[in-house]
Design a protein around this ligand. Sequence first.
Ligand code: BES
Ligand code: ZN
Ligand code: ZN
Length: 486
Amino acid sequence: MTLAFSTARDIPTEADVVAVPVLKGGTAPAGAAVEVDEGFLAARGFKGDVGETLPLLADDGGTILVVGVGEADKIDAEVIRRASAAAVKAAGKATTLATTLLDVVPAGVDRAGAAQALAEGTVLATYRFVQYKSESPDRPLERVVAITRAGATVDKALQRGAAVASAVWLARDLVNEPPTAMTPRRMAEMAQVIAGNAGLDLTVLDEKQIVAEGLGGLAGVAAGSDEPARLIKLVYEPSGRVSGTVAIVGKGITFDSGGLSLKSGDGMMTMKDDMGGAAAVLATMSALPAIAPKVRVIGYAACTENMPSGKATKPGDVLHIRNGKTVEVLNTDAEGRLVLADALSLAVEDGVDAIVDLATLTGACIVALGSEIAGLMSTNDDLAEQVRRAGERAGESLWPLPLPDRYRKHIDSPVADIKNIGVAGKAGTLIAGLFLKEFVGDRPWVHLDIAGPAWADADDSYIAKGGTGFGVRTLIELLSTFRAPR
Ligand code: BES
Ligand code: ZN
Ligand code: ZN
């Protein structure tokens, strides 16, 4: 993926396609750079809904691509993202696409944010996972020119959007790789490549070190697998004054069969995506030099398969987590919380100012919020609000869920300190959150259950069927604006 973004005051003659916005009702915005015949649009049934497109022949033989942007007062970064995605999908064989979409950004909406969204929507709409296809479709588009009078600001934001999108692209690739290709060892190799390119500090614990360091949750989940586990730690050190340290922690189950509490065949079909949290962490780390946040960032990815075998952890077994707590494992399919328990304990030891974890943790979260919204649980309202707002700006939906003390008793164990499941069919997402809370000490912490949005069942706008890279945009936005939570 190499798309070049630039700005210009006027439409360049080499543009094959010029994408122009049209509002709901088929009206061109006031002062539009390109005139369109509203009567003609009406005759063709063009309504101006977000993402609707209609190609028109221009006087000079080029193509004017009319793109719907919906109602004027509802236009925000996400509308620009979706409209840009629609434009690039309808741009056909164009090599240079010019766009006047930024003309419709209302005065109250951040211009830079909209320009960033333009680049994100454009790049991500071209995403395809073609690694294993004998024939891959050609992608002729090379250049995108945003028509604007605010050249410098917009140009900077476009480059930032391109950097964010390429991180999301990487996260999607990591998730979409077959589980036997993207093993914990391969994840560690990818982390090594990322660390090399981005100048990050890398530590990888192998299976022996995982045991030696007391990461009993990770080792316990890995016990049934022939593939060895890896604990990956990446550190980004900002140049200049440091405004704090944030740990981002990802669940990295490269395949979740359920272990001895085996899943059904259907239930396993998408379980290569169970490292979507770890993928988001690695991908976010890869983008940090380009984004240059003022905060130190420590990325953890706890990677293992979850497999059944004669060596696998059995229901009834007790595991010793890094922070000293013991866990009775009653369902080996509730494995994500076990590997996260160790990684969160390590993040606490680092003395960070905030911890954000991302995990495809519970099917219950999909029941509650569907496949496009992540659940957000937290021990700190200020941090929760920072993360939620970052998600909003990034175009990723996060919905707050509680961590009720009254349900803590559901994970009481007769044998160990806690058990890894609650009561069947009761608040499974909150129970998982309460479980994780046992390992974050007094650190401000946000848990994002991304079981739904990490995977898309169908193409939709700038999302392609498969791994979505969910969380990367939110994390980058959060880290760019982070301040120590109160
Ligand atoms: N990886 C799954 C959660 C999941 C399910 C993600 C469906 C995406 C789609 C997780 O490890 C799991 O199996 N959780 C169990 C927990 C239960 C045994 C308490 C679940 O959700 O059923
Ligand atoms: Zn599971
Ligand atoms: Zn899982």
